[in-house]
Design a protein around this ligand. Structure first.
Ligand SMILES: Cc1cc2nc3c(=O)[nH]c(=O)nc-3n(C[C@H](O)[C@H](O)[C@H](O)COP(=O)(O)O)c2cc1C
Length: 391
C-alpha cells in the first residue's frame, strides 16, 4: 500500500509489519506478560461514546492546545520511545522533524539511538522534551539532565513505571538484543526484510546516550535496564530532580490517584497517566480507565496527559472530554516511522489530525479545548437508554 492510501493508523501498522523484521516489529508491538493491559489500553476507549450535538456553527475549527506554556497545533505529543532508530535510520531525528512540522512536541527517550545532542542539533526549533530514567549512577543521571538542559530541551519528563523491565514474552521468544545478536531464526527474519536490512540493519544500532559509558556486547533490553536503572528511586529522588530542572517538569507512568497527588506535592507541572503502553505491569488498569480518578485527584492544579492506546482521533476527543489537556502517542507514530520514515510519521499525525477534525465538526464542538463530560455518554448508558425511556 502506498503511504497516501493508508487511511488509518491500523493501515500504517500493517505496512510496518511488512517492512520490519519480525523481532523488531514485535519489540514495538508487544506488551508485558499476557498483554491484558496492552489490549485494555485500546479496548477501554469503547467504554465511552461521543455524544454529538447538531445545528451548531462548526465552520471554523481549532485543535490548538496549551501544553506546559506553549501552544501546540494539536493536543498531541510524540511519546518517548527507545530504539526508534532501529525502525528507520536516524529515526528519532525523522520523528522530531515531523513533530516540528505538525506543531507538536517531541519527547526523546533516554534509550534513543540518536543522542540528546544529535537530535537537538538536527532539529533545534522543535519543542523538545527529554525523558529520563533514574540511573543507579546518580552522577550519570545528573549528567544526562545537564546534557539535555545544555542542548536546549524545554521539558524534563521522568518515567517512573520502570523499576525493573516488564517481562515481555515476545522479546524473550525472539531473543531480541541490542545490537541484534545473530541466531538462525533472526538471520531468516532479516533475510525476509531486505528493505529494512539495507536502510537500517547494515549499521550497528546502540543506545546513543550511553555511547561513552557502555562497552560489552549484545544484551537484552531487560539486561540493559537491570544494569543501569535504579529500582530504589523514590519520591525524594524525584523531588531533587524537580529542584534541579529549571523548566517544566513532568512525571510519566502513573495510574494511581495517590501517586498523582504526590507528583503535584513535589512540584510537577503535569502528570502523564500511563502504564507504558502495556509494556510494564501486565494487569495494571488501562490508561483511559485510570484517567477520571486522576483528574478528580488533581483538581485542576496541574495538566494531565493521557498516554496509551490512542489509535484514532476519536480517542483523543474522548480523553480531552474526560479532562486531559493532551495525549501522547507511541506506537501510532512508530508505525508510520517504520513504514516510511519521516513522511510516515507526518502521515500518522495527519490521520489523527483529520480524524479529530472530523469528530469535532460532527460532534458540534468547534474548539477541541471545549470538549467536556457533556460530550460523552458511557457505553452502559447507550445500551440501557432505550429501555429506560420505556420504548
Ligand atoms: C517501542 C517502544 C519503546 C518505548 N520506550 C520508552 C522509553 O524509552 N521511555 C518511556 O518513558 N516510555 C517508552 N515507551 C512507552 C511510550 O512512551 C508510551 O508510554 C506508550 O507507547 C503509549 O502507548 P501507545 O503505544 O499505545 O501509544 C515505549 C513504547 C514503545 C512502543
Amino acid at each position: 500500500m502506498t503511504l497516501a492510501r493508508a487511511a488509518s493508523i491500523e493501515d500504517l501498522r500493517l505496512s510496518a509489519r511488512r517492512r520490519l523484521p519480525r523481532a523488531v516489529f514485535e519489540f514495538v508491538e508487544g506488551g508485558a506478560g499476557g498483554e491484558a493491559t496492552l489490549r485494555a489500553n485500546c479496548a477501554d476507549f469503547a467504554a465511552w461514546r461521543l455524544w454529538p450535538r447538531v445545528a451548531i456553527d462548526v465552520s471554523h475549527r481549532s485543535q490548538a492546545a496549551e501544553i506546559l506554556g506553549r501552544t501546540a497545533r494539536m493536543p498531541l505529543i510524540l511519546a518517548p520511545t527507545g530504539l526508534a532508530g532501529l525502525l528507520w535510520h536516524r529515526g528519532e531525528i525523522a520523528a522530531a522533524q515531523a513533530a516540528l512540522a505538525a506543531g507538536v512536541p517531541f519527547c526523546l527517550s533516554t534509550n534513543s539511538v540518536a543522542s540528546i545532542e544529535e537530535v537537538a542539533a538536527a532539529v533545534p526549533e522543535a519543542d523538545l522534551w527529554f525523558q529520563l530514567y533514574i540511573l543507579k549512577d546518580r552522577g550519570l543521571t545528573r549528567a544526562l539532565v545537564e546534557r539535555a538542559r545544555e542542548a536546549g530541551y524545554r521539558v524534563l519528563c521522568v518515567t517512573l513505571d520502570l523499576a525493573v523491565q516488564g517481562r515481555r514474552d515476545r522479546d524473550i521468544r525472539n531473543g531480541f538484543t541490542v545490537p541484534l545478536r545473530a541466531h538462525p531464526a533472526l538471520l531468516l527474519d532479516l533475510a525476509l526484510s531486505p528493505a529494512w536490512l539495507w536502510q537500517v540493519g547494515r549499521r550497528p544500532v546502540r543506545f546513543g546516550n550511553f555511547a561513552a559509558h557502555r562497552t560489552g556486547g549484545a544484551m537484552s533490553v531487560a539486561q540493559h535496564v537491570a544494569t543501569l536503572f535504579d529500582p530504589r528511586a523514590d519520591w525524594d529522588d524525584i523531588a531533587a530532580l524537580r529542584q534541579a530542572w529549571p523548566g517544566p517538569f513532568v512525571v510519566k507512568g502513573l495510574v494511581h490517584p495517590e501517586d498523582a497527588r504526590r507528583a503535584v506535592a513535589i512540584g510537577a507541572d503535569a502528570v502523564i497517566v500511563s502504564n507504558h503502553g502495556g509494556r510494564q505491569l501486565d494487569e495494571a488498569p488501562s490508561a483511559i480507565s485510570a484517567l477520571p480518578g486522576i483528574i478528580a485527584a488533581i483538581e485542576g492544579r496541574v495538566e494531565v496527559i493521557l498516554d496509551g492506546g490512542v489509535r484514532r482521533g476519536t480517542d483523543i476527543a474522548k480523553a480531552l472530554a474526560l479532562g486531559a489537556s493532551a495525549c501522547m502517542v507511541g506506537r501510532a507514530f512508530l508505525y508510520g516511522l517504520a513504514a516510511a520514515g519521516g513522511p510516515g510519521v507526518t502521515h500518522a499525525l495527519t490521520i489523527l489530525r483529520d480524524e479529530l477534525d472530523t469528530a469535532l465538526a460532527l460532534a458540534g464542538v468547534p474548539q477541541a479545548q471545549s470538549l467536556g463530560r457533556a460530550h460523552l455518554v458511557s457505553t452502559d448508558r447507550v445500551r440501557t437508554e432505550p429501555s429506560s425511556t420505556g420504548r
